[in-house]
Design a protein around this ligand. Sequence first.
Ligand code: GAL
Length: 329
Amino acid sequence: MNKFSVRIFLYLFVLMVAKSANAASQQVLPGEVWRDNRGQQIQAHGGGILHWKDTYYWVGEDRTQSNDPEKRYVACYASKDLVHWIFRGQILALADPEHLGPNWVLERPKLFHNSRTGKFVLYFHLDDGHYKLARVGIAVSERIDGNYTYVKSFRPLDQESRDIGQFIDDDGAAYLIFESRPTKGFFIAKLSDDYMAVDKQISFINAPLEGGALVHYNGLYYVLGSHMTGWRPNPNVYATAPSLSGPWTEFKGIAPAEANTYQAQSAMLLKIIGSKETSVIFMGDIWKPRTIWDSRYLWMPMEIGNGELHLPPPRPWLMNVETGSTTIK
Ligand code: GAL
């Protein structure tokens, strides 16, 4: 090969490598408008993710402006790479199920798959317009993308329950995290065998926090939550424990207090186990209460390990679900 063809060969090689890296790694833009395959802004606020059969399903509050104001909606999106999301439909379009009255609330839907019954069970916070009811609602479906049938509402462990979070441990056991104001803390509770009830208290964490999220990483449990300031952001905090039942450490900030969680509120911690690495993604909501449909998402890979959990400042980043690696640009 002469010098010229070596150069051409090298050029083509670099181009090829760049292209394949690009195809495998996908870019996330925290805080920007995130569009689905239809070009519409993703409506999955206060949401959760279920990883099922090689696909990620993102469900959340659908606050589309043209929705029927009498109903509450949950939308479902599917993705293989966590970046490109296909709209799978409004899996729940619920009319007031229990005479809750004007401005009734359905928030923070979380989806579980029960392998014994084969059913998909959707949990959500159900409330009246004053947030006085403080219950959990559930709806079920044979198919992941609906339509879900409303089943019932209840107070888990007979406690008031507002913000909820979901957690699946490495052994497949499913848990609900819920905030309980009268007890000034939040609960981690195990779901019943068929996921149609909340069975057993595993932990009560004596800290009045909401937006609860949990991850099990390298033998340690990390719990995350926000303070209770409604739609306004606040410095989110975390604690760790060697077991789900504790003992839990004191809470510490996930970012400098003045950063105010970069205007976001925790919704979930998503663990991606790739062929090379395991990453943990902070999924947060940047709420815009006056134009709630335009609320944004702040997803960032967390710095995690040895009892430390840190949310880096938002920047575009690349996700590779196959290798599990994330690269902040
Ligand atoms: C937040 C909560 C949201 C919503 C909001 C209403 O604290 O996390 O899910 O309930 O309050 O003010």
